[in-house]
Design a protein around this ligand. Structure first.
Ligand SMILES: [Cu+2]
Length: 106
């Protein structure tokens, strides 16, 4: 009687774990990031999506995780893979008020 329920729970658990592992997306809209902070694991990829009607230039100079996406036109989406553990300060070179943190864990 209880066995099928337990199996169903295990299947659901497996599915949600897989969903959690999917790449996360940080959007830019209204000249702001969609989140102030996001946590991912080392080696995982974050997608930076420009949902704005102006270009952005997302970049970081945090040691070990430096990147510069250059001018990203409206609608563009770019993957960034983070390889070093630590807190990465992400900015937009065009809009100084745009800032967020990517926390990379083991
Ligand atoms: Cu910007």
């Amino acid at each position: 009687m209880h066995k099928p329920a337990l199996i169903a729970l295990l299947i659901l658990g497996g599915l949600s774990a897989a969903a959690y592992a999917a790449n996360q997306t940080v959007r830019q809209h209204g000249r702001m990031f969609s989140t102030e902070s996001v946590t991912i694991r080392k080696g995982e990829t974050l997608i930076f999506q420009n949902d704005d009607n102006v270009p952005h230039n997302i970049a970081s100079v945090s040691k070990g995780n430096e990147f510069n996406l250059g001018s990203q036109p409206p609608g563009a989406s770019t993957d960034v893979t983070f390889t070093e553990v630590g807190d990465v300060q992400v900015i937009c070179a065009i809009h100084p008020r745009m800032k967020m943190t990517v926390k990379i864990t083991n």
